[in-house]
Design a protein around this ligand. Structure first.
Ligand code: MG
Length: 158
């Protein structure tokens, strides 16, 4: 068995779409980033890469590489989900927490869990939780989002 941990944060900025877990959430600001800024997909991707012991998301998808500019982070996640299978593992469970003051994320969680299926992660394998930061720190001041994710990989049956 392997466990992995992932963390990501992105700044909220004017003129950007707010995309989390592959879902566009209506809000006046969105997440700044080289890709679509989807911090949930990035944190889960990093947890999976960590469980494989193969570095981090920046090593696999360098932000200096134009081929990843503006790309849907679901595609990055899908790429790494495929790599997990290639390495002889299956994903047993993913848990995650999104820390964001506004907008309320709770009503969008089921949509996100469904959207992650496009990356090869069925809702039955993914938990997503959301909370505020009680007004403290960058997430609490509404400057951005922080996401934590953990995963458990099990050897694929032969
Ligand atoms: Mg990121």
């Amino acid at each position: 068995m392997r466990i992995g941990i992932g963390y990501d944060s992105h700044r909220l900025a004017e003129g950007r779409k707010l995309i989390l877990g592959g879902v566009e959430i209506p809000h006046e600001r969105g997440l700044l980033g080289h890709s679509d800024g989807d911090a949930l997909c990035h944190a889960i991707t990093d947890a999976l890469i960590g469980a494989l012991g193969e570095g981090d998301i920046g090593k696999h998808f360098p932000d200096t590489d134009p081929q990843w500019r503006g790309i849907s982070s679901l595609l990055l996640l899908k790429h790494i989900v495929g790599r997990v299978k290639e390495r002889g593992f299956e994903i047993a469970w993913i848990d995650s927490v999104i820390i964001m003051e506004r907008p309320k994320i709770g009503p969008h969680i089921d949509s996100m869990r469904n959207a992650l299926s496009a990356a090869g992660l069925p809702p039955s394998l993914v938990s997503i939780k959301a909370k505020t930061n009680e007004g403290m720190g960058f997430a609490g001041r509404g400057e951005g989002v922080a996401v934590h994710a953990v995963c458990l990989l099990a050897p694929s049956p032969l």
